[in-house]
Design a protein around this ligand. Sequence first.
Ligand code: ADP
Ligand code: MG
Length: 694
Amino acid sequence: MPATAVRPLSTEVQFVPGVGPKVAQLLAKLEIYTLGDLLWHLPRRYEDRRRFLNVARARPGEYGLFKGKIITVDNQKARGGHMTLTKAYLDDGTGAIELIWFNQPWMRDRLVKTKAGVVVFGQVKSGGYSLQIETPEWEEASDSSDPIHFNRIVPIYPLTEGVYQKHLRRILYGAINLAETPPDILTDERLARLQLMPIHEAIRQVHFPDSEEQATEARRRLAFDEFLLIQTGIARQKAQAAKEQGIAMSFDAHEVAQELVSLVGFELTGAQKRCAREIWRDMAQPHPMNRLLQGDVGSGKTAVAAAALLAAVRSGYQAAIMAPTEILAEQHWSTLANLMVGAGIPVELMLGKMTKKQKEQARERVLAGDSMVAVGTHALIQEGVEFRNLGLVVIDEQHRFGVMQRKALRQKGANPHVLVMTATPIPRTLTMTIYGELDTSIIDEMPPGRKPVRTHWKAPDQRGSVYAGVRKLLSEGRQAYVICPLVEESEKLQAQAAEELFEKLRRDIFPDIEVGLLHGRMKPAEKELAMERFRNGDVKVLVATTVVEVGVDVPNATVMVIEDADRFGLAQLHQLRGRIGRGDQQSFCVMIGDPKSDDGRARLDTMVATTDGFRIAEEDLKLRGPGEIYGVRQSGMPVLKVGDLIQDREVLISAREEAFEIVKADPDLSQRENYRLREALENQIAKLDVVNVS
Ligand code: ADP
Ligand code: MG
């Protein structure tokens, strides 16, 4: 190809051969505007068209590529005339296979014209008289010597209406050949050391791979770039934060540790001690702490948070704790107020539901510094709350807060230290991506004497024996939660479902036992009363919605029945189960469910198989993907086009290491070998800005 034919990546896509203004408009729906975008429009999978399958040897269930002639084709009406079926037979010399299209009557004429035969691909099923394929991918075989569509592993792209597979494939084939060589953000030295393909090679191989291995390698390279850009951004952000002026707190760690033990009344576990030390070390630095504390439900995050609070207060600074719900804020408040009273430290509670007067008084005490610790919901960050000298902010259940809220709270003080706590363990790859700028401490040990919850999965028709089992435990003095089926449509319907279940249990199943009710539509005072009566043992069975999910701590409750358990997400089930197994008695979780989907079964199987929150989190990530969990969207999860947080774990880890090395050696990316990387980052930021503005 002559040098003049080389086109820059910034070329508008309409000027790419085979595109034109009309197709360009369609491609815009795929967010393809330039030649470069086109090259980065990656196949979603491949078809191995190097080998054809014989109809005679095909088996139901298998995917196959067939080549032959159309011998009959016909349109039929079905469903009382509401649907058109196009049925054709393809004969490849060894036998005939039926092809079916739904509501595409024009298919008949197109198939009739295929003189040289067709190539079809799809999943083989057993039909009435022969094997069949529903809605196969197909092409005319007229050009089967064509180097683009046959005799190779072919790319299958994400499409949009009006753009066909074969068309897009041809456009890409041409585009790769005439595009300028994409700039490589990795130097030769780095490519060799990291064993990665050069970018131009990766682009070619990802679209038209020479082998499956080459396709995999190409993807690995592209995923690496994607992760490297994100991680370099994170590394620079972190380097920046490390330079910020913060509050170097001065306290005697030994004394604080002793005071803490006397307040909580138990020895901290090794993991709790390690986490507390990591936090204290940060708080003593003249830069703001940015730390994530992870620990499974029941691992004892509260005591670690108290360690941080105490250190702040003993250094003469105020501390704030923010929780996502009023119930949880109150729970924290009551725990902490009880703890801190022993140390003579008043703890303020601030909630949106308090009266104006109450709020005013609380505000005054906080402003004057009479209250050294404040607990609240987002009411804490509302206008008007001023601290005298806020030095530490603890945010519980981070995933329910947006990044903006975190920022707002920080601005209440002069760059206070920030500790974020998550109630659910998060897979490491996800932490590195969404909380990448935070340092992490993990409580990976349970307090002593805990017995793992025994978990069972029962079918709905075994409900009778489940409740008989509950009754037996109640007679031994234990208490039970019954979680009512999840109704996602509305809080009102959810409350109704809870009330119905409550009535049923009270009337039919436990008429002789005190049953309580807790749901999100109850008034705050009613909720409080319901919780209090369960906590003090007046109520033996608490029927509840997921409002009990977070924070409720009643060690004597050792059994939980979850109705229609398959409707809940995995993280949610784990969180719910975390309400039991908090004392030294053996606890039991019984999930009642009859799942209709594979995912539903997988969730229940996982719950039965393990109580390890990190394993459950990994499984959840596999089942749902990062977009759906942990409120990842609001926490600013970058969109991954290539990389996969599960499959590309190793790639992510090595990209992160590389990024941090690079930024350490060259914080401004001003050295020659980082020039391309910086350029790519700047382009990316420019793109993001466009998105933010529009
Ligand atoms: P999390 O918030 O991590 O789910 P909590 O802080 O509520 O867990 O602690 C769960 C329970 O374990 C509480 O009753 C707490 O008092 C108790 N606990 C925490 N740490 C210890 C420890 N080191 N030894 C004994 N009990 C502990
Ligand atoms: Mg907690």
